[in-house]
Design a protein around this ligand. Structure first.
Ligand SMILES: Cc1cc2nc3c(=O)[nH]c(=O)nc-3n(C[C@H](O)[C@H](O)[C@H](O)COP(=O)(O)OP(=O)(O)OC[C@H]3O[C@@H](n4cnc5c(N)ncnc54)[C@H](O)[C@@H]3O)c2cc1C
Length: 405
């Protein structure tokens, strides 16, 4: 899959990351993880706390997939409002989902703080605004629901917004304690942590085949380097390319665009350097970075053809800057990095742990959705618990055949 094109920002923040050898031996292990993006690293992080022999292989370099284009706003609210998800899954289900998302952000913070490499994790509040007058009622219902669950958030009027920002909206949810991170450093940090606890990592080691050996009750993963890994469990954490390994009917893709600007000297008009997004679909979103840049993203297109996606990049880059200028006319920016990328979601709005009869003892981690990093943390923890403890009660919320209403 041609995942993305452009000039990426995150890898430039860590020009000399740890590197790992290609696999050159036969390996027998407990758990094999396929994919060295943030999802694979999050699985490795949890499993590093067990006494299992864990091996991770990455076909290219660590963090070179969607992880390097991830804008890495860490939020619990996502593209589908919780009040809409309740219609599909029921209230109790979604209340639990919401709690798990909050815990996942706490878990990311804990993981980021326990690693030696600084991941630039910073707690941020979020401004989630109504894009039009018609969205105000829906946003208020969403606010009421989240507030009832004990979350810390306020409902802002037009004048609240105008007195804190240089732009105006009809209303907004102002929520506390979301976060931002550097996803490239985070991935390296978790793997560095895991390797120090005994996890083995191999780069430039593409998986090119796999089968189940019923006699040994092992999955056999073969690599392009001509080696094989025999494992009791396999976690496929291949990001959006996971669907090239096993099709998942719930997965859906669009094209998206992001721009990262030059560093900015004065953020005084940007209240608390909040994460900013809105109710329109597709939505525009923005955040700041540890080195004072601004990342602006959105303007999604309904195309899954790379040529089509990439042909619009220059226009989208200009449009994203223009949208930003409309909101913050007093902050002068120029685009220094910009990219187009595929972005995966799921039809029903929840991420998926795929477990299939033809793949015994295997887990497909499809953390698809706008909060992919948060979903990955949540799913990685559930999968690891399932492997190490033999069960994980919350896992059924995310199975591909999850119970619907
Ligand atoms: C533009 C954009 C913006 C986003 N913004 C946000 C955001 O603000 N907040 C958020 O939470 N999420 C966001 N996401 C989602 C987030 O990027 C993803 O959820 C996350 O990066 C996925 O990580 P991953 O490890 O699953 O996938 P990847 O980073 O793609 O990693 C998968 C890895 O598997 C490897 N691989 C694939 N096939 C094989 C094979 N056969 N053998 C060996 N290795 C293989 C790949 O090389 C790759 O390195 C965004 C996504 C995009 C595209």
């Amino acid at each position: 899959m041609n995942l993305e094109t452009g000039k990426y920002y995150w890898p430039t923040t860590f020009p000399d990351p740890p590197s790992y050898p290609a696999l050159e031996n036969e390996i027998v292990c407990d758990v094999a993880i396929i994919g060295g993006g943030s999802s694979g690293a999050q699985c490795a992080y949890y499993l590093a706390h067990s006494d299992l022999h864990v091996v991770l292989i990455e076909k290219g370099k660590i963090g070179s997939g969607s992880t390097s284009t991830n804008t890495a706003l860490l939020q619990y609210s996502g593209e589908k409002m919780f009040t809409d998800l309740i219609n599909t899954f029921g209230k109790e289900y979604i209340v639990r989902h919401l709690q798990l998302l909050k815990e996942a952000i706490n878990e990311i913070e804990k993981a980021a703080k326990s690693a030696e490499i600084d991941c630039e994790f910073i707690r941020r509040d979020t401004l989630y605004s109504a894009s039009s007058q018609e969205d105000v009622g829906r946003l208020k219902n969403e606010y009421d629901f989240i507030k009832q669950q004990g979350f810390e958030l306020d409902f802002w009027t037009k004048s609240d917004i105008e007195s804190n920002y240089p732009f105006s909206r009809e209303a907004a949810i102002y929520s506390y304690n979301d976060a931002e991170i550097n996803p490239f450093k985070f991935t390296h940090a978790l793997l560095d942590y895991a390797v120090k606890k005994g996890v083995q990592v191999f780069e430039n080691t593409p998986m090119n085949g796999h089968h189940y050996d019923p006699q040994e009750q092992q999955m056999v993963v073969t690599t392009k380097t001509g080696r094989s890994i025999r494992a009791r469990y396999v976690i496929f954490a291949a990001g959006y390319e996971g669907i090239d390994i096993k099709k998942e009917k719930q997965a859906s893709f669009v094209s998206t665009y992001t721009v990262t600007t030059n560093p900015v000297a004065d953020f005084s008009s940007w209240y608390n350097r909040t994460l900013i997004w809105e109710t329109a679909r597709p939505y525009l979103f923005m955040r700041t970075t540890a080195d004072d840049r601004i990342i602006i993203g959105g303007l999604d297109e309904n195309t899954i053809y790379p040529e089509d996606r990439d042909s619009k990049l220059m226009h989208k880059k200009d449009k994203l800057i223009q949208e930003f200028n409309n909101m913050f006319p007093n902050i002068q920016v120029k685009p220094e990095f910009y990219l187009s990328a595929f972005y995966g979601g799921t039809v029903d709005g929840l991420p998926i742990i795929g477990t299939y009869d033809e793949y015994p003892n295997c887990y497909f981690l499809y953390a698809f959705g706008d909060n992919g990093t948060v979903y990955s943390q949540l799913l990685a923890k559930l999968i690891s618990e399932n492997i190490t403890k033999g069960n994980s009660p919350d896992m059924e919320l995310y199975l591909e055949n999850r119970p619907l209403l």
